[in-house]
Design a binder for this molecule. Sequence first.
Ligand code: AKG
Ligand code: FE2
Length: 377
Amino acid sequence: MAPAAPLQNEGEHVLVNLPPGSGPTVYKEAYDNGPRSFEKEIEKKDIGSPPKYPNYLPTWDPTVKYPPLTPFEHYDHGKDADPAFPNLLSGATVTQLTSNIGVEIEGVQLSTLTNAGKDELALFVAQNKVAAFRNQDFADLPIQEALNFGGYFGRHHIHPTSGGPKDHPQVHLVHRSIDDTSAQDFLKQHSNSLTWHSDVTYEKQPPGTTFLYLLDGPPAGGDTLFANMAEAYNRLSPEFRKRLQGLKAVHSAHEQATASLTRGGIVRREPITSVHPVVREHPVTKEKALFVNPQFTRYIIGYKKEESDFLLKFLYDHVALGQDFQARLKWAPGTVVVWDNRVTFHSAILDWFDGHRRHLARITPQAEPPYEPANFD
Ligand SMILES: O=C(O)CCC(=O)C(=O)O
Ligand SMILES: [Fe+2]
């Protein structure tokens, strides 16, 4: 039997077969119309316009397996940045999207940045949480050059269940072909498509500075939401913040792997669980941020199930309702969005129904193991 396509949007890798004691998150499966067939996922050149970036179409080999990830020393280049950003922003126009999260930048070409400019990019993104760089040549570079650029920010993560461009498994692809109906099918049974998460937090060293760039998208719809998890933490009362001190949570890759296998997709690396602090510190800005998310966090260690579910649900609702610490990014040809995965949540919005392809590529450098702040105030 031909293998089914791997899931192409990590935000939709959701809870299945929750073991007892797992989290409060409501099950959301955007592919509940059953496994998509290999044939359906592969672009059919005779349907609609051909893909603009065929070199970025997803490929996968179900026989390829990767060993467990090994620890590595992450160096965050944001530490070396000039906080005036002379190498990043000279000649640039920067527009703030909200008071506390999100900027749009015109007049910078990321691919030409010097290392000093890249250092500043790491700090700039950590401070602003998410930055949309317009009119970039990133998608037109040879894929290896894009990877070389991203590799400056940390070791490339290879996603356990997604397809990648041929010969470049380090690139995570978000891809819906023109004839894909999974979003419509999902919304027949759900009232919204939100899947708030930080990427692959089940890893021991989850990603930091992360790059997502548009290859092809619908003329309207398919925006991406972001939330500022440092501001989400700051909005809590001092008494409540004290309650979070010392708490640790289990993050699990098992449900994502099970979901992939259930659909006939791939699992390239054995799923793991990791324990991370509920509040982490950013190594450069020293900001504290909430670090639990509905996709991958299962429970708080030491709490009974009802207590853990209650606390996690409160924190997830707090972020989902926090429009005053969220930003909504609109994609346009040439846009590269860079976020700091340590201090943000994001969610795709599956709201386009007009037979358009949506195709993005993610470069996902890993960062340090999350650590708890030494001082809670
Ligand atoms: O499709 C999107 O807008 C976001 C996908 C996502 O969650 C990711 O690339 O990490
Ligand atoms: Fe994601």
